[in-house]
Design a protein around this ligand. Structure first.
Ligand code: FRU
Length: 540
């Protein structure tokens, strides 16, 4: 009897014990799994942060970005909005993200500025400070900031309709932090064109009017307005001019004083989605005159462009959709420009997870007249305020291979290198950034082609897209000078090359599996004189 009781008790315990034990084991395993998975995740994320989060280029805290949008300067702050998908690390329903800066180098991300609405996603566009309250949005003497953007209706796009894109406006009373959408949007209806987007507005001082340029298929269209709400089509531009291998996007139009003269010329910037000088997306420009209605390309410029279309803001693969800031005070007077540092060929695939996409360094544009009118592009001078440790050498004689610097002296993942090289004609050289895994990024000058190049084929992770690492990018040397100057900006995942005072520019991204830690220069069978080399480490 007693034994019977004990047996049945044990059975009872067993009945509950088994599930309890199973539960404990499963829970423990599950917890272990969760811990190890999240540990793994954190490790990956921190490696990604450590290895790929740029030191001094803007990236969002998380998720996808593309084009810079709506840039204006107001009360001491530079505003930068951007195409943003807050729900994922690939392109998706577009919002305008927002960041502010006092110097265009250090950016502080702000809350999302514009959300999709019943008219669609918020595509690229611009913003102006309506100082004279021409729009009437202003209240109590306050100047509104007005954003002009494309509403892109995804439903219509899905249904393969043509009238997918219209132009809308929004206004802000708190310097662009929060926005009210205009009740009678859109302000420009679709004229039966599938690609009809990216409005960029400027104040045309001479004609006392707002001028809007937007991209329409493979041309641009100009509209004028007195109040930012009602727009009249003034003219179209682009037939037979420039590169037409891709859809035109993100145009800009602005006057510039030609360097060392009183002459004013208008510059028309047009990005193209594909067909750039090294494949994929790139940004071309035209120089001419604008009479308040029509943009006419300068005849000499048109001739030069016909002969050889080398009028690209940047010849590297990763400079796209760049436009200029509005409302820069006359006392400053600069034309300030920033671009998305990627290429539609592989933007959705680049090997970062937490965020995807970054901006270039902000740049100043200058217009010069040499063989014809040409843009010169250099980093904004504010970047110099970030210089810390400096290394300088003069009259360095290069034969074969010479190491210029390594990371014991200067952290090359946040650095600016300035080189002056004499007597470069007829001589080729390569600069090589390397890490301990012998991954390398090569760039330099090939005298036989009279061209600069970047070769990122062995720079680390390149296999995520066949358009990324399989070829070298080339850029013609535009200057005829004997002496060559080169400014190099290096971050963890980007190189920006400014040759000949910004006459030829190349920007590319790369993803090494360890930071590059040495810089070497090599020549082939010829000696080369480096008149000077000056390297600065930059503060984050
Ligand atoms: C350029 C672009 C624009 C468009 C936006 C959408 O990169 O295609 O034409 O407004 O991106 O995100």
């Amino acid at each position: 009897m007693q034994t019977q009781k004990i047996k049945s008790m044990l059975l009872q315990i067993g009945k509950y014990a088994l599930p309890i034990i199973v539960f404990c084991v499963v829970t423990a395993c599950k917890n272990k799994n969760t811990y190890s998975e999240s540990d793994q995740k954190i490790a990956d994320e921190s490696t990604e942060e450590e290895l790929y989060r740029p030191n001094f280029h803007f990236t969002p805290k998380e998720n996808w970005i593309n084009d810079p949008n709506g840039m204006f300067f107001y009360n001491g702050y530079y505003h930068l909005y951007f195409q943003y998908h807050p729900e994922g690390n690939k392109w998706g329903p577009m919002h305008w993200g927002h960041a502010i800066s006092t110097d265009m180098i250090t950016w502080r991300e702000q809350p999302i500025a514009l959300y999709p609405d019943e008219l669609g996603y918020i595509f690229s566009g611009s913003a102006v400070v309506d100082v004279n309250n021409t729009s009437g949005f202003g209240k109590e003497g306050q100047s509104p900031v007005v954003a002009i953007y494309t509403s892109h209706d995804p439903q219509k796009a899905k249904n393969e309709r043509i009238d997918v894109e219209t132009q809308s406006i929004a206004y802000s009373f708190d310097e662009g932090l929060t926005w009210n959408k205009y009740e009678v949007n859109p302000v420009i209806e679709n004229p039966n064109l599938r690609d009809f987007r990216d409005p960029k507005v400027i104040w045309d001082v001479d004609n006392n009017q707002w001028v809007l340029t937007l991209a329409a298929g493979q041309k641009t269209m100009f509209y004028t307005s007195n109040n930012l709400k009602e727009w009249n089509l003034a003219s179209e531009f682009g037939d037979g001019l420039g590169n037409h291998e891709g859809v035109w996007e993100c145009p800009d139009l602005f006057p510039m004083q030609v360097e060392d003269s009183d002459e004013i010329k208008w510059v028309h910037i047009v990005s193209i989605g594909s067909g750039g000088p090294n494949g994929g997306s790139a940004t071309q420009y035209f120089v001419g005159d604008f009479d308040g209605q029509n943009f006419i390309v300068d005849p000499e410029f048109a001739m030069a462009m016909n002969k050889e279309h080398d009028f690209w803001v940047d010849f590297g693969k990763d400079n796209y959709a760049g436009v200029t800031w509005s409302n820069i005070p006359d006392s400053d007077g600069r034309r300030l420009f920033i671009s998305w540092m990627s290429n539609w060929q592989y933007a959705n695939e680049v090997p970062t997870e937490k965020w995807r996409g970054s901006m270039t360094i902000a740049r100043e544009l200058k217009l010069t007249k040499e063989d014809t009118y040409r843009l010169k592009v250099l980093p904004v001078r504010e970047a110099q305020n970030y210089r810390t440790v400096k290394f300088k050498d003069e009259s360095v004689h290069v034969a074969n291979s010479t190491k210029l610097i390594d990371s014991k002296k200067i952290d090359l993942t946040k650095s600016e290198v300035n080189l002056e090289i004499s007597d470069v004609n007829g001589k080729s050289f390569s600069l090589i950034l390397r890490n301990n895994k012998n991954e390398k990024l090569l760039f330099g000058y090939d005298a036989s082609k009279k061209a600069f190049y970047i070769d990122r084929g062995q720079s680390g992770k390149v296999g995520f897209s066949e358009d990324f690492g399989d070829k070298t990018s080339w850029a013609p040397r535009i200057s005829e000078e004997e002496k060559l100057t080169l400014k190099i900006l290096l971050d963890k995942t980007s190189i920006e090359l400014f040759f000949d005072e910004g006459r030829t520019v190349m920007t590319e991204i790369f993803f090494p599996s360890e930071p590059f830690n040495s810089l070497t220069i090599e020549t082939e069978n010829q000696d080369l004189m480096l008149d000077s080399i000056e390297i600065h480490e930059l503060k984050n």
